[in-house]
Design a protein around this ligand. Structure first.
Ligand code: RTP
Ligand code: MG
Length: 182
């Protein structure tokens, strides 16, 4: 039986390449921090495609899988583990809906980005205008830019944290901060 207290729940959050390129790291970290989650691990890395395929393995049959992996490995990212009561659900609430067009104001995606998965739409003239040979050639550049990833369940959070961090990389705040205020 899992005897850990409720505040021990953890979620994996990734600041995606677009978030770093747009200098949104402070903004994104602030939102998790100010809500009251604790940062227990963080690293700036440029992940390999192989690593990202593992991370997004459940989406392997989706038509956008390859382009998602290419985009996510196109630059540095910040992988983080946030801890607190209902950290997974709170994390998803802070992040907002997958498609920024559906994300509510007040969420990261609702406040900080507009498009995802809409690049292939539009008239042929548009693609000629922007000099693309075909409508798919911009996929890796323009799609999937929704700033952050957040684990979607407690189970997948455990799996994802194991994938991105060694146990020793996770710090234990409760050992030094008994009177922490949320
Ligand atoms: P994430 O895993 O990145 O936190 O996003 P999510 O749970 O909100 O959405 P998920 O279904 O897991 O998709 C992972 C990422 O793939 C890209 N995506 N593109 N229809 C599309 O073109 C499409 N659907 C998903 C997004 O970058 C999404 O965050
Ligand atoms: Mg997901």
């Amino acid at each position: 039986k899992d005897k850990r207290p409720s505040w021990f729940e953890r979620t994996l959050v990734i600041l995606k390449p677009d978030g770093l390129q747009r200098a949104l790291s402070g903004e994104v970290l602030s939102r998790f921090e100010q809500r009251g989650l604790q940062l227990v691990a963080a690293k700036l890395i440029r992940p390999s495609a192989a690593h990202l395929k593992q991370h997004y393995w459940e989406l392997r049959d989706k038509p956008f899988f390859t382009n998602l992996v290419t985009f996510m490995s196109s630059g540095p990212i910040i992988a983080m583990v946030w801890q607190g009561t209902d950290a997974v659900a709170i994390g998803r609430a802070i992040i907002g809906a997958t498609d920024p067009m559906d994300a509510l104001p007040g969420t990261i995606r609702g406040d900080l980005c507009i498009t995802v998965g809409r690049c292939e739409e539009g008239p042929k003239e548009y693609w000629e205008l922007i000099g693309k040979r075909n409508k798919f050639s911009c996929l890796t550049n323009s799609r999937f830019r929704n700033v952050v990833h957040g684990s979607d369940s407690v189970e997948s959070a455990k799996h994802e944290i194991d994938l991105w961090f060694k146990p020793a990389e996770l710090v234990m705040w409760e050992r030094c901060c008994h009177d922490w205020v949320f």
